[in-house]
Design a protein around this ligand. Structure first.
Ligand code: CA
Length: 429
């Protein structure tokens, strides 16, 4: 899967792309944007610019070009991998070869003046729970003696989330009202969540998908994945603790989810694939339908994930966001191929533009915990910020900023672009 588009020596005539932390020419993610005046349309991020794909459609492979008319990427994501790769190779050529500059340059927009939208009409959204350190940490808070339930090492645990409340980076979220009941209270009260949290996750964009009743074999799972993003699964822990039994998360999770709007393709991430970490001694092997040697050898992603916080006081004092955690995305008990195969194993149909979340990805130690409730032990040990402020959970005006970066010696590093949002106060009830 490595070709000339990954060549570290390849540069772009778009000068800002060379050395760009997120979008050098080796990345080329797809998205939906609107320029200052104009309709939403498909584009590709290149350095500090966005290439307007509709304006250069005549220069692109014919079938891909016919899919660029709309305001979503669903049809483009459904392309077979070889055609998506063909499109990437052509875009890389157009943006690197100086001979194309005169024709292509007029189709560039300054990204700073553009607005980014959700890349797809998201039909369905499913959230998994494959971050084993997160599952252990959270499990301990809810069930101190029994953090991991006996199914965890056999079943990629997931639940159906809500697609309607997924929003692109930058759109503020409103603190939810809901039922909260502290353990020492006899009855719940209704009001603003007091334990608002973030969850650092990877998002997986479904490509081709499967027909109802037709499972996806593990060896073919990767061909159904068209891209990746960052996902912040905002969570109201007090609502969650009261409502989650016996059916699982509901209003504690579905009030808002933030994603990074650029679709990072499997091709862009090809150099950064790494072996799936070995299971602990004594853990069961995955059941045969989830087992594949190639997936175990290359099925994890060599990404570093980060979360940072910016409070209103920090912004007022011109202080930069403060990093609260960082760790490798490989802390997943199941690979993305395994979650796709498991999701479709009963015949459930996945469709182009569906979104899967991995679940919160935490590292084994505190430096890499992917949520406030882990970092503060359920609010009991508030985080001390460098300016003297403390946080047990998120307060109104706080902003959470997620980022992801792929690095490997011999290749040009790439990033996912921004995934941030500010907490607005709950509506008065
Ligand atoms: Ca989650």
């Amino acid at each position: 899967m490595i070709d000339e588009t990954h060549d570290p020596a390849r540069t772009s005539w778009v000068a800002s792309a060379n050395g760009h932390p997120d979008f050098p020419i080796q990345n080329l993610p797809f998205g939906i944007f609107s320029p200052e005046s104009g309709e939403a349309r498909p584009g590709v991020a290149i350095g500090d610019a966005i290439l307007d794909l509709g304006l250069i459609a005549s220069l692109l492979p014919e079938r891909a070009a016919t899919l660029l008319g709309g305001k979503t990427l669903n049809a483009l994501l459904a392309l077979p991998a070889d055609e998506r790769i063909g499109l990437r190779r052509r875009l890389s050529e157009l943006l690197s070869d100086e001979r194309h500059r005169r024709t292509v340059e007029p189709a560039l927009h300054d990204a700073a003046s553009c607005r980014l939208h959700l890349p797809c009409a998201i039909g369905d959204y499913t959230d998994f729970y494959v971050g084993i350190h997160h599952a252990n940490n959270i499990g301990r808070q809810f069930r101190p003696d029994n953090p991991l339930l006996p199914n965890y090492k056999y079943v990629p645990i997931g639940y159906h989330g809500r697609a309607s409340s997924i929003r692109p980076s930058g759109e503020p979220l409103t603190r939810p009202n809901g039922q909260r009941k502290a353990p020492d209270q006899e009855a719940p009260t209704f009001g603003p969540s007091r334990r608002l949290d973030y969850e650092l996750e990877l998002g997986v964009w479904i490509g081709a998908g499967n027909e109802l009743g037709q499972p996806i074999p593990i060896a073919e799972a990767l061909s159904h994945i068209a891209g990746f993003c960052l996902l912040n699964d905002w969570s109201a822990r007090d609502l969650q603790a009261w409502e989650y039994q016996p059916l699982g998360p509901f209003l504690a999770k579905n009030f808002h989810s933030t994603i990074s709007p650029w679709v990072i393709t499997p091709e862009a991430l090809a150099p950064f694939r790494i072996p799936q970490p070995a299971r602990a001694e004594g853990d069961p092997a995955p059941l045969p339908y989830l087992r594949n040697e190639n997936d175990q050898a290359t099925g994890a992603l060599g990404l570093i994930l980060e979360a940072a916080i910016s409070t209103p006081t920090m912004r007022q004092d011109n202080l930069p966001p403060h990093r609260i955690s960082h760790g490798p995305a490989a802390n997943m008990y199941w690979t993305v191929a395994q979650i796709v195969t498991h999701h479709a194993s009963n015949g459930c149909n996945l469709r182009p533009g569906d979104l899967l979340g991995t679940g919160t990805i935490s590292a084994p130690d505190r430096s890499g915990f992917g949520s406030m409730t882990e970092l503060t032990r359920g609010g009991a040990e508030p985080l001390a910020l460098p300016n003297g402020e403390t946080r047990g959970f998120l307060e109104d005006g706080d902003e959470i900023i997620l980022s992801a970066r792929a690095e490997r010696e011999g290749y040009v590093p790439i990033g996912f672009g921004p995934c941030h949002a500010i907490v607005r106060p709950a509506p008065v009830i």
